[in-house]
Design a protein around this ligand. Structure first.
Ligand SMILES: *Cc1c(COP(=O)(O)O)cnc(C)c1O
Length: 393
């Protein structure tokens, strides 16, 4: 198969059950499965969470919700993102819960006369989408004489749940509670109030309300605040590839485009057919959060220039770390495998990767009891290649 992603469904089950234990039994859990379930496979992860009794699923786009319904998922699904009026009918058709985040959206839905279940999204400080406090009066007016729209939930999203300093998160929470109180005073009782993502659900039990929205933590990743989490999370994702070529090159030989690496000693190199077109070694470069962060970013680039071992990218073969040499190519990467003299073609390499960046076109192999139970491929061209079941032995 050359390269694939392994998903441990038991790890996802474990992480969900750990979160379930961590919070009150009355608080519902919404499993966030947007972006192909953070690279773990939208349908398979959702079905596993459904088997474990998750209360709700959450995605960003309506297309993701439709895909789940078409795959037979029955759990309620909340679509977070805003949508265009022409798609409103699909919420009804596929029994998806819409997010209402502006007055114009509410007006449009009332005009269309669709009967929908919705959650209201409140702007509390994130600065992306949401109804503002000053708009709530008009909202109540609009909804007062409306039979079609079932307001099941109300929520907001925290900008700094991951920070050690809780003050902005607390401020957002208080703005949210004010909005809820305003609506309740007007007689609008909303059953599902929610604001926590993974970091916040760990750190702020007082913010759990009726439901928490768990993403990162279900996948066992280093969620900020994880150190406070008493449960044991398990990693559910790994990226694997095979060595397809082995080479020996002399001292002084250059490696790859623009000769960014010159061998300091005679070396053994290996090719793994994965590159930046698959999202390998591709990092987002966000705006630094402050001067300290800026210094860190610049420092890292300087260390990279000097090939400092701390900033090299490493893969694992037979449990040994092997560094990338030179620039990562579009579909191929060179590794220094001098430390494994008897390396064979076809051997399996464990690769590092940012899971939401790795191409969803790579085949995914789902494991239960550490054994492959199914393979999913988005692109038909992978269908004929290799046999993962024999590779596992
Ligand atoms: C992505 C997302 C979450 C989950 O965030 P995590 O930090 O991954 O738990 C929750 N709510 C909304 C609206 C999201 O977009």
């Amino acid at each position: 198969m050359y390269k694939w992603i392994e998903i441990d469904l038991d790890a996802i089950k474990n992480n969900f059950l750990q979160v379930r234990q961590y919070i009150n039994a009355q608080t519902k859990i919404l499993g966030v499965v947007k972006a192909d379930a953070y690279g773990h496979g939208l349908v398979e992860v959702s079905k596993e969470l459904e088997r474990q009794g998750i209360d709700y699923l959450g995605v960003t786009e309506i297309a993701e919700g439709i895909k789940l319904r078409e795959a037979g998922v029955k759990t309620p699904i909340l679509v977070f993102g805003p949508f265009l009026p022409e798609d409103a009918g699909s919420f009804q058709q596929y029994q998806l819960t819409a997010t209402l985040s502006s007055l114009s959206m509410v007006e449009k839905l009332i005009d269309l006369g669709l009967s929908l279940t919705v959650h209201l999204k409140i702007e509390t400080g994130f600065g992306r989408t949401g109804l503002k406090y000053a708009e709530l009066d008009r909202l109540v007016e609009l909804l007062n004489n409306n039979e079609n729209i079932n307001i099941e939930g109300i929520y907001s999203h925290l900008a700094t749940g991951m920070w050690a300093n809780p003050s902005f998160a607390k401020q957002q929470f208080s703005v949210f509670l004010q909005a809820v109180e305003f609506l309740e005073d007007k007689g609008l009782m909303i059953p599902l109030k929610h604001i926590c993502n993974s970091a916040a659900l760990v750190k702020f039990p007082e913010m759990h309300l009726d439901m928490v929205r768990a993403g990162t933590i279900l996948y066992g990743q280093e969620a900020a605040g994880r150190e406070d989490f008493k449960g044991h999370l398990q990693n559910a994702w790994s990226l694997k590839g095979q060595v397809t070529y082995i080479n020996e090159l002399p001292k002084g030989h250059s490696i790859g485009y623009e000769r960014t690496h010159i061998l300091k000693a005679p070396s053994k190199t290996a090719i793994v057919p994965i590159g930046y077109s698959h999202g390998f070694s591709v990092e987002p470069v966000p705006k630094p959060k402050g001067v300290l962060d800026l210094i860190k970013v610049v420092g890292k680039i300087i260390l990279r220039f000097f090939d400092h071992p701390k900033v090299k990218v490493y893969a694992q073969i037979r449990g040994k770390s092997v560094p990338v040499l030179g620039k990562v190519g579009m579909q191929m990467t060179v590794f220094d495998v001098t430390s494994i003299p008897d390396l064979k073609i076809g051997e399996i390499v464990q690769l590092p990767g940012r899971r939401t960046n790795i191409s969803p076109l790579l085949p995914k192999v789902y494991l239960k009891d550490k054994k492959p139970v199914s393979v999913s491929k988005i692109d038909e061209k992978y269908e004929q290649i290799g046999n993962i079941f024999s590779l596992q032995d």
